[in-house]
Design a protein around this ligand. Structure first.
Ligand code: NI
Length: 186
């Protein structure tokens, strides 16, 4: 299996708007399987293609499996679109691309998502609660938006400082420091 390291904030590729997928190919099916494997391995409940450096509108989600008794229920979203939103919900979110941080984020409580599956069929997913949150979080990734873009500037600033220190510890040379000019502005 190909290795796909997960990009971490403030990698500028996480801010790009991903391209629609024009055709379902075997290559795409393989990528989706690799993304599911990465997600289960991390572990996480969702992963979007831009998080592994693929700027295409593909995401995988499974909000069931983290309960030990429940079976895996992988959902692959190709070109997903939110076509209906209802209500509001606040959920404490985290992200594989935003290390060591969680924060409350306000989202729609219920969403209807239209997408294609890996056979190219149109599928409608109705979701509420955690799954609705996860769909919105992953679709945000396709639009270059991280959950920290949806919290207060103050909280984001605190995290950005903490992350800068963390990166400095990881990379001893100051010459190769991260560029925060994209990450901190939205
Ligand atoms: Ni995420």
């Amino acid at each position: 299996m190909a290795m796909h390291p997960i990009l971490k904030f403030p990698d500028p590729r996480l801010k790009q708007i991903a391209q629609p997928i024009a055709a379902i190919s075997d290559e795409l099916r393989t990528l989706a399987q690799e993304m599911l494997a990465i997600m289960y391995d991390e572990p996480g409940i969702g992963l979007a293609a831009p998080q592994i450096g693929k700027s295409i509108r593909l995401a995988v989600v499974d909000t069931d499996w983290s309960d030990e008794d429940k079976a895996r229920n992988p959902i692959v979203l190709v070109n997903p679109e939110i076509i209906l939103r209802e209500g509001g919900i606040t959920w404490e979110e985290g992200c594989l691309s935003v290390p060591d941080f969680t924060a409350d984020v306000k989202r729609s409580a219920r969403v209807r998502v239209r997408c294609l599956d890996l056979d190219g069929n149109e599928v409608i997913h109705e979701a509420e609660g955690l799954r609705a949150v996860c769909f919105q979080h992953e679709i945000d990734h396709l639009d270059g938006i991280l959950f920290i873009d949806r919290i207060s500037r103050l909280k984001r600033g605190i995290y950005t400082k903490k992350r800068t220190k963390q990166i400095k510890r990881e990379t001893p040379s100051d010459e190769t420091g991260p560029d925060f000019t994209h990450g901190a502005t939205r």
